[in-house]
Design a protein around this ligand. Structure first.
Ligand SMILES: [Zn+2]
Length: 262
């Protein structure tokens, strides 16, 4: 499928219509780009734009009703993504009710989309939602508390790219990547899932598709710091690798060797 990377600047955005700030203009441009170009990563169908200020999501799939909330940002996403009200998000994530997130980076000078990926909701855990400081008493919404999604703690498989550094990924690959980690949806957002995601992140950090058990054991201390109170870290690592094998994310090669499934 051909992607038009240019955002539509023909949209008539006049200050009189309330589009005053560059952020508001960017929001309108990126939303219309997603509406025209994105497809559902679960079933490849078209997406419908939901009305403004709907409680969950900005887009929904016409067929499977999967929901997506769009976050766009100039340049790249760094460690964290700024999100809305903390209490609401914490509740949604704990209940597995968060939407999926579409994350889009644009280059305003060239009016183009540089990166566009989906972060599936089954990668979110309460521990990945960081509470921000409440707004000070002098603020209009004094006491309101927002949150950040800690993107850097999410395994790489939780970023399913449609466009990466300006290059379009084939649709078949996007759909395949979505399916690859769908097993996470069967796990409730508890510490057990935290283990699965953490071991996936450790494997990411090895930076190769073939690796050994000993190489994952090297993260024992890191994981002990993340899960204090658990004294059987190596057992947990083996258990999680087995789960990832059973779900088709990894292959066992024998003699303590593993390979990431393609
Ligand atoms: Zn769908």
């Amino acid at each position: 499928m051909f992607y038009n990377l240019r955002m539509d600047t023909r949209l008539d955005l006049r200050p009189a219509d309330g589009y005053k700030s560059p952020a508001q203009i960017a929001r309108v441009l990126t939303e219309s780009w997603v509406a025209a170009n994105a497809y559902c990563p679960a079933c490849a169908n078209r997406l419908d734009k939901l009305r403004d200020n709907t409680p969950v999501g900005d887009f929904a799939c016409r067929k499977c009703r999967e929901e997506y909330e769009l976050k766009s940002k100039k340049n790249g996403f760094s460690r964290k993504i700024v999100d809305g009200a903390w209490e609401e998000m914490d509740k949604k994530v704990s209940g597995g009710l968060s939407p999926n997130f579409f994350l889009l980076n644009y280059d305003l000078r060239r009016m183009s989309v540089h990166n566009f990926f989906v972060l599936p909701k089954h990668f979110l855990l309460p521990g990945l939602i960081e509470k921000r400081k409440p707004l000070p008493p002098t603020a209009r919404r004094a006491g309101w508390t927002g949150c950040n999604i800690i993107l850097q703690d999410i395994p790489r498989a939780g970023r399913i790219y449609y466009i990466k550094d300006g290059r379009t990924e084939p649709r078949d690959q996007v759909l395949k990547n979505w399916k690859k980690t769908l097993f996470l949806r069967d796990q409730p957002p508890t510490e057990r899932k935290g283990w699965t995601l953490s071991v996936m992140s450790c494997v990411d950090r090895l930076g190769k598709s073939d690796f050994s058990l000993d190489e994952v054991y090297a993260f024992e201390e890191t994981l002990a710091g993340k899960f204090p109170g658990n004294r059987h870290i190596k057992d947990k690592i083996r258990q999680q690798l087995q789960i990832l094998r059973d779900k088709g994310y990894l292959e066992f090669k024998g003699a303590g060797r593993y390979r990431l499934a393609r």
